[in-house]
Design a protein around this ligand. Structure first.
Ligand SMILES: Cc1cc2nc3c(=O)[nH]c(=O)nc-3n(C[C@H](O)[C@H](O)[C@H](O)COP(=O)(O)OP(=O)(O)OC[C@H]3O[C@@H](n4cnc5c(N)ncnc54)[C@H](O)[C@@H]3O)c2cc1C
Ligand code: FES
Length: 274
């Protein structure tokens, strides 16, 4: 798979949910052609090199025919604030696609749970789309948690993507009151059939909880991790996390989120050491 550095034209940059989450639509035909769900791009937010480092973002939509990619991003600091001020017609420099995306489950998979926390939903939407097309017989259930209802992507968005959406909000303004892991515990206790595979993306605390649960029940999973990134290319070691990928004779070691990830099989991360 080829990586490209590409000057992408901004087709639109608009709020999607709440005040601080945006959808950046980019004409980037070379990257769109190669991109897969779960991979990411490094964005140079400004030509002035302020901020100095590129910022990583997952693909929210990939349109290979039109040569368009989308990013869904939350404003959290300097880079994303500057990005939110970019206007249609301006350009941003991209590097990508990077990393390893979501792998498909076996053909005979019957029940898939896709678990999203907050802005983690953005990486899972192209994954859901891929599962819909390539594993059409599997039942796809989305568990989607946020702090409050105004942060949710509306349910109409998911109609064609999954069979069922179970929401949770911390303040109870929509769906289950509490965090998404409590919502899952509640449904499991009620007798919900356990999944054959899990796909997850969201805050680390959520991923750790689900990973322990999946491992305890021997349920395979594909987990999309975030970490602070310097290069995105496996060169700076800034994104290393404790992992279980074999290095030489040693079982333990560290994995690069940018290079071996950001999507990992659940057993490849040492969750208790994160
Ligand atoms: C592979 C990958 C995919 C990502 N995809 C998305 C996405 O689709 N949408 C989205 O909104 N965000 C995504 N992120 C997180 C995003 O990269 C950061 O929010 C962004 O870099 C923050 O830049 P900033 O200059 O605004 O914030 P800064 O001013 O640099 O930092 C503000 C706050 O954000 C935290 N932060 C900074 N970088 C990261 C990071 N890489 N991961 C976690 N926390 C960080 C800092 O610790 C600090 O608390 C992804 C991160 C990775 C590693
Ligand atoms: S970000 Fe530099 S090695 Fe991963």
């Amino acid at each position: 798979m080829k990586k490209h550095q590409e000057e992408a034209v901004i087709l639109d940059n608009i709020p999607i949910i709440g005040q601080d989450t945006y959808r950046l639509i980019l004409q980037a035909p070379m990257i769109a052609r190669e991109a897969r769900p779960g991979q990411f791009v490094m964005v140079r937010v400004d030509k002035s090199y302020d901020p100095f480092l590129r910022r990583p973002f997952s693909f929210f939509r990939i349109d290979k025919e039109e040569g368009i990619i989308e990013i869904g991003y939350k404003v959290v600091g300097r880079g994303t604030t500057l990005l939110s001020q970019k206007k249609r017609g301006q350009t941003v420099d991209l590097l990508g696609p990077l990393g390893n995306g979501f792998r498909l489950p076996p053909e005979d998979t019957s029940d898939i749970w896709v678990i999203a926390g907050g802005v983690g939903i953005t990486a899972l939407i192209p994954c859901l789309e891929d599962l819909r097309i390539k594993r059409p017989k599997a039942k796809r259930v989305l568990f989607y948690g946020v702090k409050t209802a105004s942060e949710l992507i509306p349910s109409s968005f998911f109609k064609s993507l999954c069979h069922e959406v179970l929401y949770s909000t911390d303040d109870g303004t929509m769906g289950f009151r509490g965090v998404i892991t409590e919502c899952i515990d509640y449904h499991v206790q009620k007798g919900e059939k356990l999944p054959s595979v899990i796909y997850a993306c969201g805050p680390l605390i959520m991923l750790k909880h689900i990973a322990r649960w999946a491992l305890a029940h021997s349920i395979p999973g594909q987990f999309c991790l975030e970490s602070i990134m310097g290069c995105g290319l496996g060169a700076c070691l800034g994104c290393a996390v404790p992992g279980n990928i074999r290095h030489g004779n040693s079982e333990k070691g560290y994995v690069h989120v940018c290079f071996e990830g950001p999507v990992f099989p659940v057993e490849n991360i040492r969750w208790d050491e994160l």
